[in-house]
Design a protein around this ligand. Structure first.
Ligand SMILES: [Zn+2]
Ligand SMILES: [Zn+2]
Length: 195
């Protein structure tokens, strides 16, 4: 499935076979990231981010890798990647490259919404951190639990298979290909204050 930033300078694809689950995350950090990026269409009406959880090696860039930039909300926070040309979110990863998790914002997919729904299921079937939503969101306890277990199971399987390569980490050193811009506490507070 095709991946592209809004302006088209960064392009790539993701392998649906490497996906774990589709989930909407209502946590404050995902929302702060979307607000920091700016632009419309990154959050749903209750402040949720539509994310595809997948194996990091399932994402490939075909052009514009030089536009990739990285930020983090804190010194230990997730590495949050985006296209600096137009500030499209591209992927969230743990700092440890041995954790085979990558969250790709559905906003970065270049496929029609119907194709995305067909391949990964409709949005909002799994809702994570609904208690932090800015609007009324019903929890999806069973679906969230099943989704979480599925992610953990697939993550462990990917780890056993030794698949650790991704475009975000240098294969030799295991360090991120860009050093993240880490926000100050003040910047974080300002973003959180917009709730
Ligand atoms: Zn762009
Ligand atoms: Zn989140």
């Amino acid at each position: 499935m095709k991946l592209a930033c809004r302006c088209g300078q960064v392009q790539g694809e993701i392998d649906p076979a490497r996906s774990y689950a589709r989930a909407t995350c209502y946590c404050r950090d995902c929302r702060a990231f979307a607000r920091w990026l700016g632009g419309a269409g990154l959050l749903d009406a209750a402040g949720g981010s539509d994310i595809l959880a997948m194996a990091p090696d399932g994402l490939r860039l075909t052009r514009g890798a030089d536009q990739l930039a990285c930020m983090s909300l804190g010194p230990r926070g997730l590495l949050r990647w985006y296209a600096r040309c137009c500030r499209t979110p591209m992927g969230n990863l743990p700092r440890n490259p041995k954790l085979f998790y990558l969250g790709v914002p559905v906003a970065a997919l270049a496929a029609p919404a119907a194709d995305v729904d067909q391949t990964y299921g409709p949005p909002g079937r799994i809702r994570i951190n609904p208690e932090s939503a800015t609007g009324n969101v019903l929890p999806t306890r069973m679906a969230s639990l099943r989704g979480t277990l599925r992610i953990v199971r697939k993550l462990l399987a990917a780890r056993l298979a030794g698949r650790s390569r991704s475009v975000f980490f240098d294969a030799e050193s295991g360090t991120p290909v860009r050093s993240p811009e880490v926000l100050t506490l003040e910047q974080r507070r300002e973003l959180a204050g917009r709730d």
